[in-house]
Design a protein around this ligand. Structure first.
Ligand code: NAP
Length: 217
């Protein structure tokens, strides 16, 4: 049984990830939360929690993890400096502690547009740039990873179908439920290994679409 630490477990995508992990044989979710009062929700689901803040000491959280999904973020309505503190430096903090703890794979929820922030919408540029610094750090740190870059996240249903590729060449949408499934599937060794790729809603089964992404070992 592998323990999967989910950073941002209390968020909208994070909760979908926890649900999927609960029902996936071989995985035991560990919800990383930052407020004591958030624990009750996870207790009801019989999911273990650990209190940790991306801006604080993450050593204990990383040491408990076999693999990690990063689904946290400062949100669109925070001051720009929070984007640097959380989406960039918070992610780097967790990547560094994961590396030090010997975590076997780090799955990053990134965003479409991160590969080339200069060409992204101006109001998102600081966010895309911060995410790129974090993604580049992950790529350079000699830990196994997958970097998943979805388009606009919706509250739509799970379809289990996507389009995936290094660069899809257009913007679009995808449900958080489908994104969560992609992130969980990427935990498996040999799936999108050491690759960054974009996803949108589509008509190809997730499992098949991910196996079409060449690994980079
Ligand atoms: P969300 O509901 O806002 O969840 C973000 C989570 O991050 C929350 O649980 C929050 O904790 C946690 N968090 C924030 N600061 C933290 C810190 N310092 N330490 C630990 N945890 C912290 O976000 P979402 O809608 O699920 O989206 C997840 C991510 O997807 C976004 O952050 C973004 O990077 C990426 N993304 C979004 C879109 C989009 O269209 N929205 C598109 C592409 C990619 P609390 O619950 O305690 O507040």
């Amino acid at each position: 049984m592998e323990t999967i630490l989910v950073a941002g477990a209390n968020g909208k995508t994070g909760r979908e990830i926890i649900e999927i992990l609960k029902g996936t044989p071989g995985y035991k979710p560990l919800a990383m939360i930052r407020k004591e009062e958030q624990k009750a929700t996870f207790d009801l689901m019989e999911v273990d929690t650990i209190l940790a803040d991306l801006e604080g000491d993450l050593r204990a959280a990383a040491k408990k993890a076999d693999k990690i999904i990063f689904a946290a973020g400062s949100g669109g309505h925070t001051p720009p400096e929070k984007t640097i503190d959380v989406d960039q430096n918070g992610a780097i903090n967790l990547i560094d502690q994961a590396k030090a703890a010997g975590v076997k794979k780090f799955v990053m929820l990134s965003s479409m547009g991160v590969a080339d922030p200069k060409n992204g919408p101006e109001d998102l540029r600081h966010y895309l740039e911060a995410k790129k610094v974090a993604d580049d750090h992950l790529k350079a740190c000699f830990m196994e990873y997958s970097i998943v870059r979805p388009g606009y996240l919706t509250t739509g249903d799970k379809t289990n179908k996507i389009r995936a590729g290094e660069s899809l060449g257009e913007f679009g949408k995808i449900s958080r439920k489908d994104v969560a499934q992609v992130l969980v599937d990427c935990l498996e060794d040999g799936i999108a290994q050491n690759r960054a790729f974009e996803i949108l809603s589509g008509d190809i089964g997730i499992e098949f679409a991910l196996r079409e992404i060449p690994n980079n070992r």
